[in-house]
Design a binder for this molecule. Structure first.
Ligand code: PHE
Ligand code: FE
Length: 282
């Protein structure tokens, strides 16, 4: 996907994964035998660091579901997560070699299958990765698939992606993915929390997004999101806040066909644009 978190740098490198392992739907088997003790140790250290930061910063739904990932000391077997996930929401995770193209990505989501990269970053990439790895995909994305409303929303996003593809609107829709599923914030009764995977899997961005003084935090506005560019190589300067996953579901439920048309006719907004924009007088 063209849509991935601030912890990844922009680059022209070819993707790291071995795509000869994958079938035509881009899925493959989790290559568990390929993990080294160093890989398991990397996962354990990433999990431990992040688990210490999420209380009071991640949304309740995430905190509640995190134990469902299972093993913290080693990279989990995806099959074991699936036994719990299928029961909770009917979703399953499938293995992919890395980022995959839009259409197969949307097709998996539309069928309640979430693609998870199986390899893990090397120790020298501990704090900064250029492509999503198993830690980002599992820790960041999978806990919320245990939440029924969020789970339904992800499937609708997949269906909406296939529709956007036919309307040449994938870039606009990817901004929605970026500012919600990757970098979304939620206002809980007891304070602001993160639900976006790019925030939840990054220690620095978690602090910056939830309690940092710098970023602007705006209520979720679909057209505004679709107009707003994003930075992939730094922390976000703009976040969009929802009150509940039901709000996210409801705001994305209308037909986007006319929305895309409107947004395509409007100027883009810079990632760091000030809250009050100078709109041309009409
Ligand atoms: N409602 C959107 C459409 O009609 C699809 C969508 C649903 C997109 C949920 C994102 C999230 O195109
Ligand atoms: Fe992601």
């Amino acid at each position: 996907m063209a849509v991935e978190p601030a912890v990844y740098g922009a680059s022209e490198r070819p993707p790291r994964g071995d795509y000869t392992r994958a079938g035509s739907d881009y899925t493959c088997e989790q290559d568990y035998a390929a993990y080294t003790e160093e890989d398991h140790d990397t996962y354990r250290r990433l999990y431990e660091r992040q688990a210490a930061l999420v209380p009071g910063r991640a949304c309740d739904e995430f905190i509640r579901a995190l134990p469902s990932l299972g093993a913290k000391e080693r990279i989990p077997h995806f099959d074991e997560i699936n036994a719990r996930l299928r029961k909770a929401t009917g979703w399953e995770i499938v293995t992919v070699p890395g980022l995959i193209p839009e259409v197969p990505f949307f097709t998996l989501l539309a069928n309640r299958r979430f693609p998870v990269t199986d390899w893990i970053r090397k120790p020298h990439e501990f704090d900064y990765i250029v492509e999503p790895d198993v830690f980002h995909d599992l820790f960041g994305h999978v806990p919320l698939l245990f939440d029924p409303v969020f789970a339904d929303h992800m499937q609708e996003y997949g269906k909406g992606g296939l529709k956007a593809h036919g309307l040449q609107a994938c870039e606009l829709l990817s901004r929605l993915y970026w500012y919600t599923i990757e970098f979304g914030l939620i206002a809980q009764d007891d304070g602001l929390r993160a639900y976006g995977a790019g925030i939840l899997s990054s220690p620095g961005e978690l602090l910056h997004a939830v309690e940092g003084p710098a970023p602007q935090r705006l209520p979720l506005d679909i057209e505004r999101v679709m107009r707003t560019r994003y930075k992939i190589d730094s922390y976000q300067q703009t976040y969009f806040v929802i009150e509940s996953f039901q709000e996210l579901f409801d705001k994305t439920a209308p037909d986007f066909t006319p929305v895309y048309e409107r947004v395509k006719a409007l100027p883009e907004i810079a990632a760091e644009a000030p809250t009050v924009e100078a709109e041309p007088a009409t």
